[in-house]
Design a protein around this ligand. Structure first.
Ligand code: SF4
Length: 77
């Protein structure tokens, strides 16, 4: 079974995971926190994060922002 079939975000508006505006603005931070809360209840968050680390994608994946994934990639290198 593909991990995406168990994704908690399947029933969530996809736009939630792509905060609009500057990453440091309040609306963007609040939206990111809301998306992270969904990821925090997701049974496939680990698989999602691993996928996102291998595929440079924008938005919130595996409970992380793009900037956080860049940091994780650097630490792994
Ligand atoms: S970790 Fe977040 S973005 Fe990834 S599948 Fe789960 S809910 Fe969706």
């Amino acid at each position: 079974m593909n991990w995406r079939e168990s994704a908690r975000c399947r029933d969530t508006d996809p736009e939630l995971f792509f905060p609009i505006g500057s990453g440091s603005s309040f609306p963007a931070l609040a939206q990111a926190d809301e998306a992270r809360a969904v990821c925090g209840r997701c049974p496939v968050a680990r698989q999602c994060l691993e996928w996102a680390l291998d595929a440079p994608v924008e938005g919130i994946w595996g409970g992380t922002t793009e900037a956080e994934r860049r940091t994780l990639r650097r630490r792994r290198a």
